[in-house]
Design a protein around this ligand. Sequence first.
Ligand code: ATP
Ligand code: MG
Length: 473
Amino acid sequence: MNYTQALTEDIFQVIGKSADELGLEAYVIGGFVRDFFLKRGTSKDIDIVAVGSGITLAEKVASKLRGKPKVAVFKNFGTAMLKHEGIELEFVGARKESYHRDSRKPVVENGSLDDDQRRRDFTINALALSINKATFGNLLDPFEGIKDLERQLLRTPLDPNTTYSDDPLRMMRAVRFATQLGFTIELPSLQAITDNKDRLKIISNERIVDELHKIMQTPEPSTGFALLHKTGLLASILPELTALQGVEEIEGQKHKDNFWHTLEVVDNICKNTDNLWLRWAALLHDIGKAPTKRFHKKIGWTFHGHEFVGSKMVYKLFKRLRMPLNDKMKFVQKIVLMSSRPIILSEEHVSDSAVRRLVFDAGEHVEDLMTLCEADITTKNTKKQRKYKNNFTLVRQKIIEVEERDSIRNFQPPISGEEIMTAFDLKPSKEIGIIKDHIKEAILEGDIPNEFEAAKALMLKKGNELGLKIKSE
Ligand code: ATP
Ligand code: MG
């Protein structure tokens, strides 16, 4: 079959001509071809394989392009990369690979196109379109990749045991593609992943996290996490999560399965936010529940302090996976720490002062926190569901009202410590802290507005109570 219509970009003509001049065969391969057939929109990230030197081809192509783009050559990998008009082209020479058991870095030798297609991870990623003039647009599909696209199936070109054991990162990629594309991993592959799960230890955490991020950026990450769980991969990557799985029953009292609940929360939040870190916060919001779980004869199951414990676990988890220990992590920690606060509000009467305190503590992240709490409603009891949702709507309204009135979000005390010192002619002392705190509390409680005059009056009153003398003017 011929698919010239996939190759509308002018660049393909240039590459074809360059390859012809060098007497090389050249093909577009991988994600670009797959996404064309899936009608996912043409990818700007294009992989070219040459039977011969990919680097030589890249240099020839660059010399023909307007602006003569720079070619980045990675000699060790035998690859070259160039950027042209928003397109990123990666060139590689067709190769044959053989692997050592302790590394995912293969020993490479030159090979045919067929050899190169065999080393690819999935049949749908091994599709190649010819770009030489005489055969422009011809499809080479030795492993029935097109059929797998139709069947929505992830299958490896070789025996799956070999493919996954050679490069265990492919196990993560299988789960990621299954989640991104909504495809099924064929059974022998799923079995091979399960059998090879311990091989993941030769993969760097950075690579694993890259794939987790990609799973997290899909509309339903639960698909990926369920697969990671089923194959046993999750227990080594995120044991904090698998520890949440299961329901215990004592004396007829059960708690919910917090693993499956968490996955539901993640899918819910993905409908309302693209913020990757808020999605992570949703994934991790209950991890403190495993270590804090207790059974009490009178009250049943409790998870006291799980938010605090959970937020501490976030740090360890990020550190272990070599995720950034920066403000992103602090954001996740904060959301986890505060994850139950709006829930308590939604169960009871929503008071102004409780909302003010929430805004004060959550600061700029209060909306994100609300988004998590709304996603956290997974009860199947429609009456309860309606009640919680209504209350959260009320909380959101009150947040706006309180904000308009008292601007609590980036709370600045209406009276500074210096002003207090001047008023009472004080040196730095504990009274200043006491007065400041008293004013803040009164504002949060709604006893006084967040304004200078009211705060000044209260300062004088409190100072008087503390036996301080007002400085004579
Ligand atoms: P996307 O760019 O959307 O993530 P992709 O399929 O283009 O998907 P890349 O990581 O860009 O993925 O890799 C390009 C191609 O290289 C793949 O389509 C596949 O043929 C091959 N490939 C990438 N990583 C591996 C791997 N670990 N094992 C085997 N083949 C791989
Ligand atoms: Mg790609």
